[in-house]
Design a protein around this ligand. Structure first.
Ligand code: HEM
Length: 292
């Protein structure tokens, strides 16, 4: 990387970090947004009223991210998923999911760099975000690895069903909740399975962290609620009446988000998953009868 670009990148990162810390501190001392008033007035989803859901056609561009696809399916981003500006993406994820402005700047900016496009004037089609080993990586929870499925724009329902079935938590009304431990356990399984079945498997430290970041949105933004996660992952649809579970006035900062991400990533234990698999394989199929 040329020196000027490296210096610019370092300054941008320092700026985003300082901004993020300030927003985290403001959140700590400010009252939360009221339930039912998280999505701002005048924006899609205010009062739980989301624009009409239309499933994508084969002409539309979609990517490996269920959240961005859902925004396109509701017309919050262009329905065809094409010619989206990075700035437009920034503003749309801010009002739709209540991520902090620091996150909403950082991730689209990172994406622009990844695609070698300028952040301020550049545009992209959703499918470009599925660049392998950019943000997209092997052992995802909602997509088969690219070696098995080059089209990363469509959900892989068997994985999603398995993930949803792992939920061990319950909310106050007894509805199922996905916990950080559930997410770690399913991520362990996916990493072991992908390693065994993908001859081109790679997963750097950086992509492990990206994986846990992406999946941690299910715990933070969606609050782990299976009844919301299911339409979000299966149909890439925002349920009627839904709003982000993040009530912090400045939104979910990178700093606060990373506490959940680190918890999920630290809980991933491929050896433990393999050991439990071996135990299941070695257990007798039926219990011995008392007379034997
Ligand atoms: C600028 C914003 C964003 C970009 C560029 C982006 C990009 C991506 C990409 C490329 C993936 C595929 C990673 C993989 O291989 O598994 C992904 C996955 C994912 N993203 Fe996003 N995303 C963004 C915002 C969001 C938001 C706001 C949410 C939640 C509200 C979200 C939730 C998810 C989830 C749940 C996954 C699936 C993880 C998995 O299958 O393991 N993303 N995202």
């Amino acid at each position: 990387m040329p020196v000027v670009a490296a210096v610019k990148k370092a300054f941008t990162n320092i700026f985003v970090l300082s901004w993020d810390v300030s927003l985290t501190l403001i959140n700590l001392v400010s009252p939360k947004r009221k339930i039912g008033h998280v999505t701002p007035k005048g924006f899609p989803g205010h009062d739980g009223k989301w624009p009409e859901y239309i499933a994508p056609s084969s002409e539309d561009s979609r990517c490996a991210c269920p959240a961005l696809n859902a925004m396109a399916n509701h017309g919050i981003l262009p329905r065809d998923g094409k010619n989206i500006s990075f700035k437009e993406l920034n503003h749309a994820i801010r009002t739709t999911f209540n991520f902090a402005p620091s996150f909403c700047f950082f991730v689209p900016h990172f994406s622009a760099d990844m695609l070698h496009k300028p952040y301020s004037k550049g545009t992209f089609d959703l499918e470009e975000l599925s660049l392998h080993n950019g943000i997209e990586h092997d052992a995802s929870l909602c997509r088969e690895d690219v070696v098995h499925q080059p089209d990363q724009g469509t959900p892989h329902l068997p994985f999603i069903k398995e993930l949803l079935a792992t939920a061990t938590g319950k909310d106050a009304e007894g509805n199922p909740l996905l916990t950080p431990a559930d997410l770690s356990a399913y991520s362990s399984k996916r990493r072991v399975d992908a390693r065994e079945t993908n001859p081109e498997f790679t997963l750097s430290f950086f992509h492990k962290m990206f994986g846990s970041s992406n999946s941690s949105t299910l715990l933070t933004i969606l609050g782990g609620r299976i009844k919301d996660i299911e339409p979000f992952l299966v149909d890439e649809r925002i349920p009627d009446g839904w709003e982000s579970r993040i009530r912090a006035p400045m939104g979910l900062t990178l700093m606060t988000f990373n506490r959940t991400v680190l918890k999920v990533e630290r809980g991933i234990d491929e050896k433990k998953y393999l050991a439990s698999e071996n135990e299941t394989a070695q257990a007798p199929a039926t219990a011995p009868s008392p007379s034997s």
